[in-house]
Write a protein that binds this ligand. Sequence first.
Ligand code: ZN
Length: 415
Amino acid sequence: MQRPEEIRILVGAAEVLTCTGPARETEQEDPAGRLAGGAVAIEGDEVVAVGDAKTLRQRYPDAAEERLDGGVLAPGWVDSHTHAVFGRWRADEFALRCTGVPYMEIARRGGGILSSVRDLRALSEDDLVERSLPRLAEMLQAGTTTAEVKSGYGLDTESELKTLRAIRRLNGMQPIDLVPTFLGAHEFPPEYRDDRDGYVDVLVKEMIPAVAEEGLAEFCDVFMEPGVYDRAQSERVLRAGMDHGLVPKLHADELEGSGAAELAAEIGAASADHLGAISETGVRALAGSETVATLLPGTLLVLGRKGYAPARALLDAGATVALATDFNPGSSPISSPALITGVACSQMGMSPAEALRAATVGGARALRREGKVGVLAPGARADLVHWGVEGASEIPYRFGAPLVRAVWRAGERVL
Ligand SMILES: [Zn+2]
């Protein structure tokens, strides 16, 4: 039943970015699905039509109009890989790294991921919520309307549950739609340094059942990398998660290849993330699967390294590529997906249209929300960003400049 009085049309943008094109740019096809002078019709919390203003006015003659003064209208970012809930920032370590102090030395002085673990364990759930709110506000200002957030700085049952409960509370307290991931296998906690399989037992027998019982996560993630979780341990954790209804995803082949992309494809993971050291077999495995290749170039940029993931090879092989911030206090204090799209273009050979699509549709697919978010098309949630730019390519080109003029989440203006 149509109730035209509830329909609104956003008109006046110079360009609408539908993000409904193919993953890879060709001469005929535009991954960003740009519509010059387009308009978007919204009913309640949903997009009902996208097209030129004249057609939409004819179709919905009684609709209210909201006039935009030029600019680009795009779907909100779907930031499909973040660690946005944590205790304190680690700018002190950044300063050390920038002057050449090696990571092992920083870790010896009490830094690194285990410093975030000590820190988070000492905080209450209320403290965590309090500290996270301004960070989520920063993400919203960057144009993010859906964000995955991982646990993984607790590394014991109580602290992991505390983190996921904080994420659940934060979901209702601010506009960004948060998608929770259990990452108890982010590292090994200090108390299990000499009994790694003992910690895997805790993950499988205690933490995953507890997380599933409270319905605290949708995904289960593992940091598979030489020296951290090996293939057997990773597979054991992911399969235990699957037995409890958690969809697998993987931190894969970040700095050294270890066949993690292949495991992700084999197990049917939603995504394999990082991939700076993916092998050719890994590229083929992802291209032949439903597993999204999620690229996180912000970490390499911040760490001052060069081993960017082979975005071009992945796209050309036919893989779905997503781009995300990896927002975290250690290796990527970057909250802006727009900045990440700029890095993807300048360092990884992606076109602006491919990068824009990867940070919207790509992210939606990595979070199993394809068609619901990350696109402007009938049936999608009305999550939109109005950008103060003349054309979409300016978004990556301006490298994270504050160009967001307005944000709507589920049809409601939230910024
Ligand atoms: Zn990560």
